[in-house]
Ligand binder design. Sequence first.
Ligand code: ZN
Length: 490
Amino acid sequence: MILYNSLGGVRQEFVPHEAGKVKMYTCGPTVYHYAHIGNLRTYIMEDVLEKYLRYSGYDVLRVMNITDVGHLSSDADTGEDKMLAGAKREHKSVMDIAKFYTDAFFADAAKLNIKTPDVVEPATNCIPEFIEMVKTLIDKGYAYFAGGNVYFDTSKLDNYFVFGNMNEEELQVGVREDVTEDQNKRSKNDFVLWFTQSKFEDQALKWESPWGLGYPGWHIECSAISIKHAGEYLDIHCGGVDNAFPHHTNEIAQSEAYLGHQWCPYWFHVLHLLDKRGKMSKSKGGFLTVSLLEEKGYDPLTYRFFCLQSHYRKPLVFTFENLDNTVQAYNKLVARIAKLSADGASSGAPDLKAAKPYQDKFKAALDNDLNTSLAITALYDVLKGNIDDVTKRYLVADFDRVLSLGLIEAADAEIKKAAAAEAEKAALQEKYLTENGLAKAWVEEQIAARATAKAEKNWAEADRIRDALLEHGIVIKDSKNGASWEIKQS
Ligand SMILES: [Zn+2]
């Protein structure tokens, strides 16, 4: 598989450290508020990547943290503590806020068919690991204690700006201009590993450490949690592009200083979701959530489809008009799949040989830097293809292991709905016949006789039968599947 690697800024063949196995890390949510749909775009695309790696035969271990401590409002360790701000806003404790928004995150993820990572670890579970890592960094000369906090000394690295190839605008997103410089830092890019003195307000959650009662910095979480569960060699690290600097830059600095070797060779960054005001962000207020989409009547899976229709490395513009177009496309797609089953879901097995070229095309799209929009084109090609319906349905289900658009489920629901409508109609007709003293067999005989007359080009007789039935309030409807009847609407 070819992936664009933010580290180095090139497309390259993905080769994991250990053949057949992939260790993947995802920066999890800071659980002080709902995730907005821009955050969720990143999780959707990471989910597709994980599922595609599994589809390709890799044994995947995916680890994600939950940030429930230590994340300040600027990613560069300044500003208000996010968890504390959330707790104040809602007059709850930090732990209550963490629990509530962790549950909300996974509820939203489930609605978007995002698989829960194999390991999910809240930062507050790993305090001993953070302390151990900070201790080692001090012992190795990469960290120093100043003004009550422990800082990572970026001047000790030959190359701190590892994502130097990314453009300035992308790199500066996480850094706010309006905050005073921390005087304890030896150099501007140094960052906090452990706080004992909050620079702003006192923290609710604190733990004993060799440096006094305090709490971890945000960046150390991901390094320690990743190494704890995925070991010293991580294959691929994912996140939103706004995390490349300073968060991921700092993760690399401290992990490699700690380990003494390269930590993670592949970095997968998803670009922003934009709305009319630019990048969607919580600080601007009025951000869109999954619940809000549902309140407006959208199935969250149509938002997933919307994301899949464009490439993860391009900014995506969200408007409700765009989403409406996606809803139409999704409904049409489901209707086509529902029809397949009705026509051809007979007992036959799929033709695997005929399916292969379609699967190859699907794989080629995703092997090309996870080109999901081309993968969806491959799905449409299946529906247009010159193969039987059983094989088509098999391929839709196969591709949906990666796309996770709930296509088969939605199509089956459609089929069920149509069958229920059909049954209701039949019951009404039955009732009508009984009430009017007509036998069903007689009506069927008449319809058959008319078909025979038509076949013999005896139009007069065909019309006579039609009119006779009409006198009983029975209207014949012709279709390519033969004639049926309906109750005449008065
Ligand atoms: Zn992280």
